[in-house]
Design a protein around this ligand. Structure first.
Ligand code: AMP
Length: 434
């Protein structure tokens, strides 16, 4: 149901007040002549065109795709904190799983007391060697749902090699970090094979022994073509965020990898959504999989969603500036559509005295990691990101998600706002509407 837009609310100070003064978060402030335009160029001027229908221009992949029309009312929703997860009673405790003691200890040491629903249901099947389809989004604990039983598999057979394919570099690194935390002193080795990082280093690491390869489809394909990865040696395959990989146009690379793997293998397939294409991949590449769905709308429900409606003549950047100056906007993830736009916005915010980082496909791996670490650690108030770069990121305590540019699809919207309102906390999402 359509609710009152954000800017109509009497309480929304930023929409009514004319912006005269920009106060720098660092303490300094500088005035702009009344009536004059601020000394900054506006980013993404109001176009007057209907939103969400623009061609998919600069978004890296897939090219030529058109944005979906999304009803504005879908961006407005009051948060409902469901306590479903708190009330969820797992059938197992981590101690009940038939895994090696050292692994149980590492899991508990990491602070995991009770399994999440996907872990509770998936781990026993994966331990039995079954194929599995998990319909789950990020934040459900799906990483540990596959890592814990697969680490156990490796501990029981040191020759075991696991290939994990994910859509983005950041997700690959997140998984590797989790793997390292679960395997201290266990002599389990991994190689992260992602694009944007020097291939030479990955090639030299692949010359040593390893049990896990975690990588993105393009780079994996490259390393397979160079005969650095021998698919025949892998008995276990994990496809994480498979729907996203399809969206990003990786289907051919994914198929090439799957086709090269031994027929006798264990395959785990995770996706946030089920489409015909996804079902096709499942039926082609999995063998009688167990299906587990824990996808809930919890994340979206715990996010207070509203819109910032721009009126004719409003300066979008000024309005953003005013929002970011409010105290509660302490850890803000801003989404832009293009790599160039994201970089530009982050630079402009920095010029205005904000601590802003950016993350997008044009940045090299170490720069992206650095930006992420600064934001995660609270040293930077703002992270400006493209959809692809932010996919699957797990960042604690994001207070606000701002859609500076409208997402291309509603699915992207749900993924974006899911970066806040995590861990039983309420989050806020604002979408700029021109
Ligand atoms: P994921 O969905 O795998 O990205 O996990 C989301 C977050 O939940 C990560 O920060 C995990 O470390 C955390 N997590 C996963 N499983 C558990 C658990 N059983 N108990 C506590 N935290 C968990």
């Amino acid at each position: 149901m359509y609710k009152k837009p954000f800017t109509d609310k009497g309480s929304s100070s930023f929409s009514k007040k004319p912006l005269k003064k920009f106060s720098k978060p660092s303490g300094g402030s500088f005035a702009v002549k009344p009536g004059s335009k601020p000394a900054y160029k506006s980013y993404g001027k109001p176009t007057g065109k209907p939103f969400g229908r623009k061609p998919f221009k600069n978004f890296s992949k897939p090219k030529g795709r058109r944005g979906q029309f999304i009803d504005v009312s879908k961006f407005i929703n009051k948060a409902v904190i469901t306590e479903e997860v708190e009330h969820f009673k797992p059938e197992h405790a981590f101690a009940d799983f038939k895994v090696v003691d050292a692994l149980k200890t590492a899991v508990i040491k990491k602070g995991y007391e009770l399994p999440t629903p996907i872990q509770d249901r998936a781990i026993p099947h994966v331990l039995k060697g079954e194929d599995l389809v998990g319909i789950a989004n990020t934040g459900t604990g799906k990483t540990a749902a596959f890592l814990i039983p697969l680490i156990n598999k490796v501990l029981l057979n040191r020759k075991e090699q696991v290939l994990v394919i994910v859509p983005t570099r950041e997700l690959a690194q997140q998984i590797e970090t989790e793997l390292l935390a679960f395997t201290p002193g266990m002599r389990i080795f991994s190689v992260c094979c992602v694009g944007g990082a020097p291939i030479g280093k990955q090639i030299s690491l692949l010359r040593y022994e390893y049990n896990f390869i975690i990588g993105t489809p393009g780079r994996l394909k490259d390393l397979i073509d160079r005969k650095m990865i021998k698919l025949a040696e892998f008995q276990t395959l994990v496809l994480d965020e498979a729907d996203r990989m399809l969206d990003m146009g990786f289907v051919h690379d994914m198929r090439a990898v799957m086709a090269g793997m031994p027929k006798e293998r264990q395959t785990l397939f995770f996706s946030a959504t089920l489409s015909q294409d996804i079902e096709k991949l499942i039926s082609e590449f999995l063998h009688e999989p167990v299906r587990i769905s824990v996808k809930t709308q919890d994340t979206a429900k715990s996010v207070d969603q509203d819109v910032v409606r721009l009126k004719h003549g409003d300066n979008k950047l000024d309005i953003l500036h005013d929002l970011l100056n409010q105290k509660e906007f302490s850890k803000v993830l801003i989404f832009g559509r293009t790599k160039h736009g994201v970089e530009k916005l982050s630079k402009m915010l920095e010029e205005r005295g904000f601590k802003a980082q950016s993350i997008h496909g044009d940045k090299n791996q170490s720069k992206r990691q650095q930006a992420l670490a600064l934001f995660k650690g609270g040293h930077s108030q703002i992270l400006v990101a493209t959809d692809v770069a932010a996919r699957g990121l797990d960042i604690a305590d994001v207070t606000h998600v701002i859609n500076y540019d409208i997402p291309e699809t509603y699915d992207d919207y749900v993924h974006r706002i899911g970066r806040t309102g995590r861990g039983g906390k309420a989050g806020k999402a604002l979408t700029f509407i021109e």
